[in-house]
Design a protein around this ligand. Structure first.
Ligand SMILES: [Zn+2]
Ligand SMILES: [Zn+2]
Length: 258
């Protein structure tokens, strides 16, 4: 819901700690190619986003996002997709370079995106300024500019949705269960980003306790909790967590190995 949560004046929603202001969850991955074998990452910059929620525009502005090589979608709930239309100006730039922005999602997610953004995706769409984007059904993995994004199936209430692993990092949001077969895809991580909504049980999201136990089993060097409700204050919650598990926050910047 974002924090502050509309209509709420609890201690977290009224906190003055900037870490307690949370836009909807998303990840931006940026990397540079080595210039023809120089070994230095000084070549072209590549950018990939996972989910474009209702706050995508604000997040893109904060991070000076001017072009995008691909978007991956975890699932089609509003808080993960409703910023899709704000891809338009960036997609015009990318399209002038020669192609629409590829959007990777499962067939189930694609079906919802096609319905909600009918004026973008329908073969009959005539709206001239629609986003220059193209849906690609996601199988076990997809590649964007030479980086492999491995789909990690996770359970979200009654749905199976997509988490992603890229290099030594995994991003799993809206998790209420992890199939046994997905743990095998999560070995050897430097960073695990996983959702932990609150302490009180929820039908479609893990509690902090559940997320801590998965984090310990997965054993990443560092775990970051995301998709955090207003029940959890940043400082107070961090004091109670094991030392290699921390709440993520808006603007958190990590150096990762791809
Ligand atoms: Zn969801
Ligand atoms: Zn969500």
């Amino acid at each position: 819901m974002g924090v502050p949560t509309l209509g709420c004046d609890c201690v977290v929603c009224t906190s003055t700690d900037p870490h307690d202001r949370r836009l909807r969850p998303s990840v931006l991955l940026r990397w540079r190619e080595p210039k023809n074998g120089s070994g230095q990452a000084d070549g072209r910059e590549h950018t990939v986003v996972i989910d474009t929620g209702p706050d995508f525009r604000e997040q893109a502005l904060r991070n000076h996002l001017t072009r995008l090589d691909a978007v991956f979608y975890t699932h089609a709930h509003a808080d993960h997709i409703l910023g899709l239309d704000d891809l338009r100006p960036i997609s015009f730039t990318v399209f002038r370079e020669g192609r629409p922005i590829p959007l990777y999602a499962t067939p189930e997610t694609i079906a919802v995106l096609e319905r909600i953004f009918d004026y973008t995706f329908s073969p009959q769409a005539t709206y001239p300024n629609r986003a220059r984007v193209q849906l690609h059904p996601l199988g076990d993995s997809a590649e964007a500019c030479g980086v492999k994004f491995l789909r990690v199936p996770v359970i979200h209430g009654e749905m199976e949705i997509s988490g992603f692993r890229f290099g030594r990092v995994a991003y799993l949001t809206d998790v209420s269960g992890i199939p046994e077969s997905s743990f095998a895809l999560l070995k050897g991580l430097d960073h695990l980003i996983i959702s932990a909504l609150r302490h009180k049980p929820h039908p479609t999201h893990a509690t902090v306790e559940q997320a801590v136990s998965w984090a310990q089993r997965i054993g990443a060097r560092q775990t970051w909790f995301t998709h955090i409700a207003h029940d959890l204050g940043h400082e107070q919650t961090n004091r109670t967590l094991p030392k290699n598990i921390r709440l993520a926050y808006d603007g958190l910047d990590l150096a990762v190995t791809l």
